[in-house]
Write a protein of this length. Sequence first.
Length: 149
Amino acid sequence: MCSKSTEVKWMIESSTVLATMICSCFSVVVAANKAIHSSLHEKMKTRGIHTEVIYNLSPSHNISESLKNFGIQDTDTNLLLICIYEKGVGNKVESYVNEVDGTQCQMEELQSFTDVNALKQLYKVTEEELKIGALSDAIVCRIATKDAS
């Protein structure tokens, strides 16, 4: 995770999302797992695995809307890089970190960047739902069941 004056110098093979729109590491893992599963079974809704992760994070079935809600702008300062790579091909994360001008944060700090109200509105989480479970539980449930028929 990167914070403050982050500037990506050139294209990095990752899903780069707004840290403010992520409430837990587990939601990212679930979205990434769904993307990998869709890729392996040739059932992706998008053209690339990194875009598929962003699509899976979103409650919307509209790819453009998913990218709008979770994608980054030039002015955004709190970013999360989600890297997916094949075992044995090599971990490119180290080289990616060198390409970002900013401060790397620990994943435990992720929740300090979360915009809780924006997430409640986007995922349509009610106060009654929050009485019986956490916001992260509600979001993970929505991510996991998004394409269930």
